[in-house]
Design a protein around this ligand. Structure first.
Ligand code: BT5
Length: 267
């Protein structure tokens, strides 16, 4: 494994702005925290913070994201989108789709997404996305000032090196492929795909339809855990802002904005 470096990353960048303002750190607490700090201080759109190791990598709800040094892509991007706070899942959507694009083009593997923020390869979790944002004003419907999207992707990682209490089974690209995968071409392809998708989003087109088509979660019996309840039903679809629509056994339809989904084996 060769560590990343600013020079090596720059050498193959094909984008106009995504990743052009680049901060590479061999080790950091969390790339999201570093990117938030930079965003708050005025960092331009497309700023990329990328590390070979995180000592305090985060998932949602204070969970940990673990990965050995150099085993994956651990990065965060700064956006200044013309979106409201209820549309922040759109950024998660384009980042997930860009991961899928790059995994498929660089490895030939089929990749999919699992609601709300997992990247799935070979039926297990190979990556996760964490979107955080700051509002420009105090009203709940204020425009977003900046958003930071963090992406963790297991590239050359042996899942047995991860803690044993994972929420869902983990995998990596190398585990599914049976060989090591070069991280830089994957990163360059990801940033190129993301830039293209972001430009489409900013021109007013929702990524919702394409994202929904990539979700392994839909039309399946699911158990959904939210902060205050557990629902069982069939994941019927996702609404325009990315909330999951769950049809309950009693015929009712529940809209779930945030939670964790387990696919249930049909009996
Ligand atoms: C996520 O959260 O899946 C979002 C993870 C985002 C991580 C990136 S890395 C770069 C950037 N900087 C950060 O600090 N974070 C972002 P969630 O859906 O809450 O899932 C978290 C759960 O995934 C943990 O509780 C574990 O069960 C599991 N997990 C931890 N490390 C993993 C790994 N390497 N592969 C698969 N699962 C993992």
């Amino acid at each position: 494994m060769v560590a990343l470096s600013t020079e090596r990353i720059r050498a193959g960048l094909t984008t106009d702005f995504m990743g052009r303002n680049l901060v590479y750190l061999p080790e950091v607490g969390s790339t999201n925290d570093k990117a938030r700090e930079l965003a708050g201080a005025g960092a331009p759109e497309g700023t990329l913070v990328i590390a070979d190791h995180q000592t305090a990598g985060r998932g949602r709800l204070g969970r940990r994201w673990e990965a050995p040094f150099g085993a994956g892509l651990l990065m965060s991007l700064v956006f200044r989108p013309t979106l409201g706070p209820h549309q922040m899942q759109w950024l998660t959507m384009i980042c997930g789709l860009a991961v899928v694009d790059s995994v498929e083009s660089e490895t030939g593997l089929q990749a999919a997404l699992k609601w709300p923020n997992d990247v799935v390869v070979g039926g297990a979790k190979a990556g996760g996305i964490l979107t955080e944002f700051e509002l420009g004003g105090v009203q709940p419907d204020s425009q977003v000032d900046w958003a930071v999207v963090g992406i963790g992707l297991n590239v050359n990682l042996d899942p047995s090196q991860l803690p044993g209490d994972l929420l869902v089974p983990a995998t990596s690209l190398s585990q599914v492929l049976g060989r090591q995968v070069a991280r830089l071409p994957l990163l360059w392809a990801f940033l190129e795909a993301l830039e293209a998708r972001y430009l489409v989003l900013e021109s007013g087109h929702s990524p919702h339809q394409e994202w929904a088509e990539r979700l392994v979660t839909l039309d399946r019996p699911v158990t959904v855990s939210t902060s205050d309840r557990v629902l069982e039903g069939v994941a019927e679809g996702v609404d325009a802002n990315g909330a999951l629509l769950v049809r309950l056994a009693n015929g009712g339809l529940e809209t779930v904005v945030a939670g964790d989904v387990t696919l249930r084996v049909q009996d």
